[in-house]
Design a protein around this ligand. Structure first.
Ligand code: IMP
Ligand code: ZN
Length: 366
């Protein structure tokens, strides 16, 4: 099996995917056209932005504001959630942690709660694949009935994907708004919400603003992942590492003293190769800090960040890593499998994922 095919066929675990950054271009264009015809947006301008490829980090956040205008009502949130899960499942992602910022919008009678309900509706609307998003304690029958070899690889059974949700705090938010998101996550713990993410424009907001909500989240047993070191910010990076989140994303601008702290901490890093190149955090894949972390045996997991915005797939991220760093099939398999250890879901899910990888080992590398 050629490397490209292997990267596509191999079971994969996605730990860093933003819902609105993962929307299909075709869906965005279709929705933008409707809004353009209604005179709500300038379609040709939006079309140009969506179709453009390389973007600075600043431009990405401008684009997100446009995306949010396009995906603003409940039905659309449900639709994009359904499509995003179907797309990940189609490329053999077997476990997906999907993160999204709960939004309120008076004009659409949307609250953070109803936004999340629309997301859950999207999970239940998926029909190309079976979606397991409830915790094992709530839906244990689902898990014990799960026969990974057959479900994943035998055409006669439906495919299955585990999905867990992370609620994102946007760096533009206040402490009170961040706290509201954490409380919502706690309320939705039985609905597949498993943790909290801090994201948004890294040049905006102060770490101290979000700290009380993040500490509360941790205290209450939610898992926390932080976008860390997307820009140079010595003090913030130190404070984030001292906070000791369960994972961090990116880690592009760490200084020597941060690397030392990170490596001692063993905090797993969500690596987003294409995202970092497209937003000009790095100038080539070869120079990416992934190589150093991988060689140091630091826990890492390949992720996409925003498959729509950056025109990538998780399979493509594995292929890029394999071809850039010269990995053989066994190394690619283990890189993917190692992510089991860093998922936020419970041990029962981890055991099932291990069975899926056991089955894959026979098919892909033996
Ligand atoms: P949403 O949370 O589903 O609306 O997904 C889009 C949001 O994710 C953006 O508005 C940002 O807040 C966040 N996001 C997506 N990509 C990045 C990134 O690379 N850095 C920081 N935040 C990001
Ligand atoms: Zn991100």
């Amino acid at each position: 099996m050629e490397m490209e095919e292997l990267c596509r066929e191999l079971p994969k675990i996605e730990l860093h995917a933003h819902l609105n950054g993962s929307v299909r271009d075709s869906t965005l264009l279709e929705l933008a056209k409707v809004l353009g015809d209604q005179g709500a947006i300038d379609f040709s301008e939006v079309e140009g932005l969506i179709k453009r490829r390389g973007r600075s980090l600043k431009e990405c956040f401008r684009l997100f504001d446009i995306y949010h205008k396009i995906t603003t009502d409940h039905a659309t949130v449900t639709r994009i959630t359904q499509e995003v899960v179907e797309d990940f499942a189609a490329e053999n992602v077997v476990y997906l942690e999907l993160r999204t910022t709960p939004k309120q919008n008076k004009a659409k009678e949307m609250t953070k709660h109803s936004y999340m309900k629309a997301v859950i509706d999207g999970l239940t609307a998926v029909d190309s694949v079976e979606v397991a998003f409830l915790p094992s304690t709530v839906n244990a029958r689902n898990l014990t009935n799960f026969l990974p070899n057959e479900v994943t690889y035998n055409q006669t059974h439906r495919k299955k994907i585990f999905v867990r949700l992370l609620l994102s705090i946007d760096r533009r938010e206040t402490t009170a708004a961040a706290m509201e998101t954490v409380n919502l996550a706690l309320e939705m713990k039985n609905m597949g919400v498993i943790g909290i993410d801090l994201s948004g424009n890294p040049e905006v907001g102060e770490w101290q603003t979000f700290l009380p909500a993040l500490q509360y989240a941790k205290l209450k047993g939610l898992q926390v992942t932080l976008h860390c070191g997307e820009v140079r910010n010595n003090r913030e990076i130190h404070s984030m590492l001292d906070f000791y989140p369960q994972r961090i994303g990116h880690a592009c601008y760490l200084e020597e003293e941060h690397w030392e702290k990170l490596k001692v901490s063993k905090i797993p890093v969500e690596i987003c190769l294409t995202s970092n190149l497209r937003t000009e955090r790095i100038t080539s894949f070869k120079e990416h800090h992934f190589a150093d972390l991988y060689n140091a045996k630091h826990p890492v997991s390949l992720c996409t960040d925003d498959v729509g915005l950056f025109s990538t797939t998780l399979s493509n991220e594995y292929y890029l890593a394999a071809t850039t760093f010269g990995f053989n099939k066994e190394q690619v398999y283990h890189l993917s499998r190692n992510a089991i250890e860093f998922v936020f879901a419970d041990d029962e899910v981890k055991r099932t994922l291990a069975e899926i990888y056991d089955a894959a080992e026979r098919r892909f590398i033996l």
